[in-house]
Design a protein around this ligand. Structure first.
Ligand code: URA
Length: 230
């Protein structure tokens, strides 16, 4: 919400009071004087007038989890453990997943209470590369590379996938970089060749790489630097 609206919604300030307080440099957001009425106030912002705190601001939380196989990328599930069950954190109902993985897919999963941050990470326009390690049932042919680069037509969405980079690491083993996150995207891409994905692991989402110190099921908070990368 804009700062002037945030302040004038409080019973003690008229619109004129707000204008004058802003002009006089009496308003701070996150400790910095702000005179700009359109400055964005978020649930995480600390807002004060004349040093009196009017909103303390929630703490924004960001975690990196090494998702193990056999858990659901959802906040609740009636039958299976969820990724949130792996977090020992308060107020877990405020958290959400930025980029889901299938039940048996492993690897990098980002969890936060900051919707703006997670949208930047997952919205299609940002074309953030996601890197997966893939193992398949059948051998992976050299001709796959060209097809991944050309794209696959997905009838359900009526679209052709954006160019993806396939690096063959072994007869049944590859590293794949995609910039979208369609439903079952990697499995459907290999499905074009009738080649079943038997193991799938996400290594990276844009600038964030799974911390090699994290064993499956373990997690840690992101560093300030990692948060700012998104
Ligand atoms: N593509 C898939 O098919 N599954 C995942 O979990 C992630 C990407």
């Amino acid at each position: 919400m804009r700062l002037d609206r945030f302040l004038s919604n409080l019973p003690r300030f008229s619109r004129k009071d707000v204008r004058l307080a802003l002009l006089a440099g009496r308003v701070t957001v996150d400790g910095t004087t702000v005179r700009e009425p359109l400055h964005e106030v978020r649930e995480f912002s600390r807002v004060a007038v004349d040093g009196e705190v009017l909103q303390a601001g929630k703490s924004a939380r960001y975690f990196m989890l090494h998702k193990p196989p056999g858990c659901v990328s959802a906040t609740t599930d009636p039958h299976h453990p969820t990724v949130l069950d792996l977090l020992q954190e308060p107020d877990k109902q405020e958290l959400h997943i930025a980029g889901r993985l299938d039940f048996n897919t492993t690897g990098l999963m980002l969890i936060t209470n900051d919707g703006q941050w997670s949208r930047r990470l997952t919205q299609p326009v940002t074309l953030l590369p996601k890197v997966y390690e893939v193992e398949t049932e059948q051998p992976i042919g050299q001709h796959y590379i060209e097809q991944f680069a050309a794209g696959f037509y997905f009838a359900y969405e009526d679209l052709t996938t954006r160019p993806a980079q396939l690096v063959i690491l072994g007869s049944h083993h590859a590293r794949l970089t995609i910039v979208e996150g369609r439903y079952h995207q990697v499995k459907r891409m290999f499905g074009y060749f009738n080649n079943k994905v038997v193991s799938l692991h996400r290594e990276r989402m844009g600038p964030l790489t799974l911390d090699p110190m994290l064993k499956p099921g373990e997690y840690r908070a992101l560093t300030a630097e990692e948060i700012q990368h998104i």
